[in-house]
Every structure is written in C-alpha cells, then in structure tokens.
Design a protein around this ligand. Structure first.
Ligand SMILES: C[S@@+](CC[C@H](N)C(=O)[O-])C[C@H]1O[C@@H](n2cnc3c(N)ncnc32)[C@H](O)[C@@H]1O
Length: 298
C-alpha cells in the first residue's frame, strides 16, 4: 500500500519559487512526495523534513541535502537553530494526516477498521481519542464536534456519548461507530462518521493550537522574499492561514499605518485560492477538500 499520494504537488512546489542553493522546510514530510520534488530543484541547498510520526522516517531519501526531524513542527524555530540554519527560504506544510494513518487499522483514525480509538500522530503523546470520549464533559465534547467536525447536532451527540459511557466505556472505533449510526442513515452515515472522527483527531493532536504556533514561528524564520506555502483540508485551518497571511497575526487583526494602508509582513502570491484540478481529483479523491495558499515575506 502506498504511504501517501502527494496533493497539489506541482502547484505547491512551484509556489516555493525554489532557488537551488536555498534552505527549505517540508513541515509535514509524511511519504516524502513533496520533499522529493523539492530535492530535485535544489543543488547546494538543504531541506529539513519534519514529521511527528516516527513511521514517516523510513521514507527519508538517501540524500546528503536532506535531514529528517522527528518532531512537531510547532518547534520549527528551535530545531532550525539547533541545525544551524535559523533562517530559511521557504516552508511548505501539507496539514493533517496521511493516507498511511487512515489505512493502518491499529492507528484508529478510520471507522473502516475495528481498532482501539487511538488517533495519535505522535505515539509518545498520552492523550488518545479514547481519553477524550471517556473523560471530556458535555461542553467540551459539544465544542469539538461543532468546531472541528462542523456537526449540527453536536450537543445531542455529546450527551449520547456521555450516557453510553456511563453504561460501558467507549474504547473502540466500533463502539463509536454504533453511536454515530444512531444519528445517521445509510446515505449520510459515511459523512457523519467522518465528521466525528475528524473532530476527535483534531483534538487528540491539538491541531489548531499547534498550527497557530507554527504560523508564528514560520514568519519568524523566513528570510525576506521567503515563501510560505500551506495546504489545508478544513475550513477552520484555512481561515487561520488566510487571516495570518493577510495580517501577520493569529487574531487576524488588521493594522493600518498613518495613511490607512494595511500593514502586513506578507505579500499574497496566489490571490485566488488554489484547489486540485479535475484531473488530480479523478486519480486522488482524498485531495477533494485541499486548499492551497501562498505568501511571500516582505
Ligand atoms: C498530509 S500528510 C503529508 C504528506 C506529504 N506531503 C507527502 O507528500 O507524503 C501530513 C503529515 O504531517 C505530519 N504532521 C501533521 N501534523 C504535524 C505536526 N504538528 N508536526 C509534525 N508533523 C506533523 C503527519 O504525521 C503526516 O505524516
């Protein structure tokens, strides 16, 4: 089984505007699809590939220009300093999980397989999806289903989970699937379960807070004219990236100078959001929600 098929490969790597002796970061190395393409374009430059999942390490190319960093990309700045490359010419992030995660039953990311409810990208973390469904209170569960899963009846679902766990702990994908099936019919089931699983996965891996830290660190480590290229798969993530590129701050607060001009550290390179072509979608359905944004540090 292929580890992962890279999404928006050509568009995102072109977006980095690579200079052959530049220093680049692939913040989400995964199967290394984007990294291979970056390496083809650099001669004396360097590439750092971050991934918090140790499984990704085995995909590392045998190339002296490449360094695999088995850490969370929120610590980008610290690790670049450690590797004596504190400033870089471009950063690419292809957020979320890989096909490897969805297709490996025991990782617990997919309702297609029976498994413990795990969903950790970094197996060293202690919080799993099991922890969340069995310990979060009604408010917390409602929040994550609504915000991260965009589930309309989030509160009802949260209440049902709490009622069920009082009878028996919810430990497996099958346990959770049975609850989700009560709120859906065969036509809506797959979408509804995907929303539940997505919400839990985002919470398990603290994906939104981590993304905020990463964006701030990315701006800091980019050289002037350095490119920031981000592929998102969820509207919450996309909104954060969009507002950050527009304003240079996480709150998306617009600052203006004395003359009323918007002050921002970035120039937006792709004015219109970039999405996969019909051709790409016909061969990779998992690319369907991808959105690409590109900005250049001034
Ligand atoms: C969508 S996949 C990237 C696939 C990759 N672009 C490719 O072409 O194979 C996302 C990868 O980023 C990793 N990842 C997600 N969030 C991360 C984080 N905060 N820090 C480090 N790695 C992360 C995941 O473990 C996963 O392998």
């Amino acid at each position: 089984m292929k580890y992962h098929v890279p999404v928006l490969l050509h568009e995102s790597v072109e977006g980095l505007n690579i200079i052959p002796n530049g220093i680049y970061v692939d913040a989400t190395f995964g199967g290394g699809g984007h990294s291979s393409s970056i390496l083809e374009k650099i001669s004396t430059g360097k590439l750092f590939g971050f991934d918090q999942d140790e499984d990704a390490k085995k995909n590392s190319p045998h190339d002296s220009k490449f360094t695999f960093v088995h850490h969370n990309f929120r610590y980008l700045k610290n690790f670049l300093t450690y590797y004596k490359s504190p400033k870089v010419d471009g950063i690419l992030a292809d957020l979320g999980v890989s096909s490897h995660h969805f297709d490996t039953a025991e990782r617990g990311f997919s309702f297609r397989f029976a498994s413990d409810l795990d969903m950790r990208m970094d197996k060293k973390n202690t919080k799993t999806a099991q922890t969340i469904v069995n310990t979060y209170n009604e408010e917390q569960l409602t929040f994550i289903f609504k915000e991260f899963g965009e589930i309309l009846n989030a509160r009802k679902l949260a209440r049902t989970i709490i009622e069920e766990r009082e009878l028996n702990p919810i430990n497996t994908t099958e346990d959770l699937k049975k609850i989700g099936q009560r709120f859906s019919n065969p036509k809506t089931e797959s979408k509804y379960l995907s929303q539940i699983f997505q919400a839990l996965r985002i919470e398990v891996n603290n994906e939104i807070e981590v993304l905020k830290d990463f964006l701030v660190a990315g701006l800091d480590v980019l050289k002037p004219k350095g490119r920031f290229v981000v592929i998102t798969y969820h509207s919450l993530e996309d909104r954060l990236v969009k507002n950050f590129f527009k304003t240079g701050n996480i709150e998306g607060k617009i600052n203006k100078d004395f003359y009323g001009n918007i002050e921002t550290p970035f120039e937006i390179i792709a004015k219109k959001i970039i999405t996969p072509s019909d051709e790409e979608l016909s061969v990779n359905n998992r690319a369907r929600s991808a959105k690409l944004r590109i900005a250049e540090k001034k």
